[in-house]
Design a protein. Structure first.
Length: 404
């Protein structure tokens, strides 16, 4: 009676699991049904009408016969998953360094299958594999889920069909029909077991002490390879960030003088080669010294930051906006403005809008000089900057004269 009740309970669980999966499939089909055009929807509808629910019952008996133990999670599971994530290795392409270690493991242990696998929240993903086509398997199928529970020991299963943990495992009952397994954990320097190096055979067997020792040493080399890749990646990222800092104005976050000349020189070469029209805009903030003297340098800094933000928002992300220093800004833009008057009107409209909307103790005002570049003029970047600087000062003098 107890066996019959237990079997009925297993069948109910299997049916519930299958129905859940089937409901998800129907939802996906429904979304497809909504998205596709009418003739395609009719084909999908005919497929659904021809579906025979009775076909599900052939799966019920297979599922009801599967009785596997649930694998416990490591006590440090959250920290272990974070350590795995920090390596940024899951779902990456194959790499020769890892494939060499897998090949060595298979050769030394004389097994047809060898794997470098990583255990994430719900799957076992293979970074390197020999003798297996699958790229990943569910975590609750993985022999390695047991291995990482005792990371300092090598898990050896000499005959899976005589081990109650694995006798009903789909990898044992179906292809590849695992019989032998030996796995060494991949343990990070901080002690987290993020995966395994394992060898597998389809016949019961054992490994010698020398083979087990070699498997352990290869697992350490696997982690060393991962550490090396991470260090190289971190160093490159640090170099990129260092270059960005050296090209960035600390106060505004815009490019600094060095960043402008480096990037604008590249854009100018492209413009010359493709015969594009470009503009260099030299900008000086009016009255910054007076604001610093009367309202304080904090207000002056706020003016500089707001000016930089306004300039950045006034142009496209592909344009180069920089602060040269003090109250001077410069912009390099491509040919979507027809003339200098259009650029000046565009900027002045944004400045007016800013002064109307912002409740500031100052008014934002800019003097600007705008120099056009064409491939016929063949001016250098230094010449463009110098000429736009001259035009800016001419604009500033004109504004002062109009005030007087």
């Amino acid at each position: 009676m107890n066996n019959r009740a237990s079997r009925r309970h297993e069948e109910d669980n299997a049916i519930q699991y299958l129905c859940t999966r089937f409901n998800r499939l129907l939802i996906a089909v429904a979304e497809m049904f909504r998205a596709y055009r009418f003739d395609t929807r009719e084909k999908i509808l005919r497929l659904l009408q021809n579906f025979q629910p009775s076909k599900l019952f052939c799966l019920k008996f297979r599922l009801s016969s599967v009785k596997r133990q649930l694998v416990a999670l490591p006590e440090n599971e959250a920290e272990r998953l974070k350590a795995l994530e920090d390596y940024s290795i899951v779902d990456t392409l194959p790499e020769q360094g890892f494939d060499d270690l897998t090949a060595l493991a298979a050769y030394i242990c004389k097994t047809p299958i060898a794997l470098i696998s990583l255990i994430d929240a719900d799957r076992q993903w293979f970074k390197s594999k020999i003798g297996l086509k699958a790229k990943e398997i569910p975590r609750d199928w993985a022999f390695c889920s047991y291995t990482i529970l005792q990371p300092q020991e090598i898990l050896v299963v000499t005959n899976a069909i005589k081990d109650e943990r694995f006798v009903n495992n789909p990898l044992v009952t179906n292809n590849p029909k695992i019989r032998f397994y030996a796995g060494a954990s991949l343990v990070t320097p901080n002690g987290f077991a993020i995966g395994t190096l394992c060898v597998i055979d389809t016949i019961p067997r054992q490994l010698s002490s020398q083979q087990l020792d070699a498997l352990y040493r290869l697992s350490r080399q696997t982690i060393a390879q991962m550490e090396l890749i991470q260090q190289i990646r971190n160093r490159k990222q640090a170099e990129i960030e260092g270059r960005q800092l050296s090209l960035t104005d600390e106060l505004t976050g815009l490019h600094n003088r060095r960043g402008f000349f480096l990037l604008a020189e590249q854009q100018l070469k492209i413009a010359h080669r493709m015969k594009l029209l470009c503009w260099v805009i030299f900008i000086d903030l009016d009255g910054l010294k007076q604001i610093n003297d009367t309202l304080g340098h904090d207000i002056g800094d706020a003016l500089i930051i707001n000016a930089g933000r306004l300039l950045k928002q006034s142009f496209r992300n592909s344009d180069i906006v920089a602060r040269l220093g003090g109250d001077e800004f410069i912009v390099f833009i491509s040919s979507y403005f027809k003339d200098a008057d259009g650029i000046q009107e565009h900027l002045q409209a944004n400045i007016t809008n800013f002064n109307q909307q912002q409740n500031c103790s100052y008014l934002l005002s800019m003097s600007m000089g705008i120099q056009r570049y064409s491939s016929e003029s063949n001016m250098s970047l230094e010449q463009l900057v110098a000429r736009s600087d001259e035009l800016m000062y001419a604009h500033k003098r004109l504004k002062r004269q109009s005030i007087n």
